[in-house]
Each structure stands twice: as C-alpha cells, then as structure tokens.
Design a protein around this ligand. Structure first.
Ligand code: 9WN
Length: 413
C-alpha cells in the first residue's frame, strides 16, 4: 500500500489481511518477506492476536507451528527455521541439532523472546467465532504453555523472581540503549567491533555452554532483568490463570501467585521513579528510560501511584509530548536517542499496541484512544513498515511487516 494510503478502515483492514496472506508460508507467517524469511516467536504471537477475530484457525496454526519448535526444557525459541538459508545467523551457527534438549528434526535458534504466547492464546480463545475449535486449540497448546512458564523460572539469574534475558535478541528490542552498558561490560563486548560482531559473539557463548540455564544463572556475562520481558510474562501469567479456570479445568492459583511474585519483584528490583532494566552482573539499574520501561503497565494490578508516574512520563516531552508520531522507543532527551535507528528512537506498532492495551487496562481511555489513533495514522501514511520516525512519521526498515499489519487489524476492531 506504499504511496496509496488506504482511505477508510475497511480498505486498511483489507490491506492488512493482504500483507498477512502474502507473508503466510502455509505453516506460519514470516515477519517480512526477504529480510526475515523464517518464523519468529514474538512476531507469531502478534500475528495470532491480529488474526484471532478474522481467521482463528490460522491464528491457531501459527502458534502451534511455533510450539513445534519448543525445546524439552520448555523454552520456546526465538526463531524456528522452516528451511535452510536466507538469514544470518542461521542453523549452522545455532547448531540446535547438537543440543540435547532441542526438538528432533526442527532447526531453531537457542534463545527465547518475550513470552506473549499465553496471552495470544487467550485472545484467540476470547475472539474465535468457532468455540469448539477454540477450545480444542487451547487444550492442544496448554501443556506447551505450562512448560514455557516453568522454563522461565529457571531464568532467575538475579534470584528475586524475575526472568533475566541472556542476549539483547531475547528482548525483542535488539539495539535498545538499555543493553549498551551490560554488553560493553561483558566479555563479548570488550573488543571494539560493531554491534553485529558483539551480538554474534554473545550468541556463540550461549551455544558453547549448551544453552544451559545453570550457565546463564552462574556465569554468562550478560544477564539483564528487562521490565518489558517481565511485564509480558506477568500478562501471560494472568492469561494462564483465566485459561486454566475457563477452558482447561486446571487450578489457576499457581499462575495468580506467579503474577503477584513478578509484580512484587518488578517494583522491588526495577522501580526507581520509572522502570529501568537491571544489569544483574553489575548489580545496578541501567540509567536510561526506554519504551521497555512501560512494560509493567500491562499489569492491571500495578499500584495506582506507579501507574500515575508512568503516565506522566509517557505524556512528557521525553516520549509522547515531543513526538509527532508517538511513541518513541527511547527517551527523546537521552543522549542515546537516535530517531532513525530501530530501537534507539523510532516508534513501533507493537509497543504502541502494548501501551494501548496497558492504558485500557487501567481505565485510561483517553490515552488509549490517542495511542490507537496515532498508530493508525502511522500506517495510513507510511504503510506497514517495521518502524517509523517519531517526528515526521517516515517509515523505516522493512516494508509489509507482518506484526504492523496484524496489530492494525486488531486496532481496527
Ligand atoms: C533478531 C523479527 C525480529 C523481531 C525483533 C526485532 C528484529 C532480529 C534482527 O526482528 O530482531 O531476532 O535480525 O534484528 O528486533 O523484535 O522479532 O521481526
């Protein structure tokens, strides 16, 4: 739809579906043609959310094909390779076939991504027209989701109840300034090479230590408690509790307890007037405000005064107040802010969508409406781009980006 802005909601909805159809491979949806030719975990969760109301069967297939790549540890890998080639680092770097816990016959990466899957399954359950199909799907996905949630507990490198990411790729916000300090301090960041070399070296360290949680807990040089990753985990714990009682007939209590534990740890470990990422190895917060700091707002149980402080920060000149096309992925006033560089400044449909959910969860209807309207304005004017300049709305990165299309569909209602 580049250069031909959709004039009304119906046309925009059709354009979104057309992108998702074009990016569907028959088993899953690629994030973008050419650039990301495999299945990404976080992207699949967003795609399923967008399709839930329109094609629940395909939303279910999307998630089940991702779950086919799940490891015996419960880890859902951040990439499932459905064919060889086309992306670096590919199967020859990750060597999942040599890892004892990886699935047989499927090549995957060895890292994970934010655990939005239980929430995505919940959305399919809530919105699918075919109730029998939806219930069957939930029951099929349930054991994998339980295993995933157990696995996340093994990632508690800080010992306080939060999951630590062991590589920036696990955050879904690759080059966020929140990782600069912990990466520079790590073995992988010591040489003066560029960003990709450092990321590659850190991934090789994970591989060479068998992707083992015990290594991550005790030795791996990069261990960071990220407020967005953990806010999404909390959201999914709530979704697990609802799926347990409404569909599966399981006890919701352990999931509610997990949500309460994560909430307490977020406040205890990452809150200092705003939420920051914690460098577990250095034992301190990384002092830069990014979009990730709003992740805990996804929790409807977050204390009122914290919600109010976050809302003021979001509406200030650091984020929405100074951006024509919110929400920038980094504090505009931070030294690290870069309007053209992926997670160092541009606005993203995914984080806007998460913030719109968060605002609605706290009854902040006006904020939610502004977020929805400004997000739709971005795609109407710039197309389904990967991200956007926060000042003039220029599209950046890939075109026909699946999660931008999927979440547009959801925002159109
Ligand atoms: C590495 C696929 C992924 C998204 C991430 C985004 C980017 C990959 C990359 O693309 O990461 O996983 O090659 O930069 O940061 O959020 O899932 O769309």
């Amino acid at each position: 739809m580049e250069g031909r802005p959709a004039v009304d909601d119906a046309a925009l909805g059709r354009a979104s579906l057309a992108v998702l159809d074009a990016n569907w491979t028959g088993v899953s949806t690629v994030p973008a043609p050419g650039v990301y030719p495999h299945q990404w975990s976080l992207d699949s969760a967003f795609v399923a959310i967008g399709l839930a109301r329109h094609d629940a069967a395909r939303a279910g297939q999307e998630l089940l094909s991702l779950l086919a790549g799940q490891w015996r540890t419960g880890m859902i890998p951040h990439i499932v390779f459905h064919h060889a080639g086309g992306y670096f680092p590919g199967p020859s770097m990750w060597r999942s076939a040599e890892a004892p816990d990886a699935p047989l016959g499927t090549h995957t990466s060895g890292l994970t991504q934010p655990p939005l899957h239980a929430y995505a399954v919940w959305r399919v359950w809530r919105q699918a027209a075919d109730r029998d199909l939806a219930a069957r799907f939930v029951r099929l996905a349930w054991p994998s989701l339980v295993a995933q949630h157990k696995y996340l507990e093994t990632r508690d490198a800080g010992g306080a109840g939060l999951a630590a990411i062991v590589h920036p790729w696990e955050s879904g916000m690759d080059d966020s300034p929140a990782w600069d300090e912990p990466l520079a301090a790590s073995q992988a960041g010591r040489c003066g090479d560029g960003y990709h070399d450092r990321y590659f070296r850190l991934a090789v360290l994970c591989r060479d230590h068998g992707y083992a949680s015990s290594y991550y807990r005790d030795e791996h040089p990069f261990a960071v408690e990220d407020p967005l990753f953990n806010g999404i985990w909390l959201l999914s714990c709530d979704a697990m509790a609802r799926l347990a009682s409404e569909v599966v007939g399981a006890d919701p209590e352990p999931f509610l307890e997990a949500a309460a534990r994560i909430r307490a740890a977020l406040l205890d470990r990452l809150w200092d007037g705003a939420f920051y990422a914690r460098d577990v190895r250095a034992g301190r917060l990384v002092p830069v405000c990014t979009i990730g700091g709003f992740g805990p707002m996804l929790d409807p149980g977050l204390p009122r005064h914290v919600v109010e402080a976050l809302t003021s920060l979001l509406e200030s000149a650091s984020f929405m107040g100074a951006a024509g096309y919110p929400v920038p992925s980094c504090d505009i006033r931070a030294q690290e802010f870069d309007r053209g560089q992926y997670w160092r400044g541009p606005s993203w449909i995914s984080t806007n969508w998460l913030l719109a959910q968060a605002a609605a969860a706290h009854g902040l209807d006006r904020l939610s409406e502004i977020l929805v309207a400004s997000t739709l304005r971005l795609v109407r004017q710039g197309g389904f781009r990967e991200c956007f300049d926060p000042f003039d709305g220029t599209g950046r990165g890939c075109r026909d980006f699946s999660w931008s299309a999927a979440l547009t569909l959801d925002l159109l209602g």
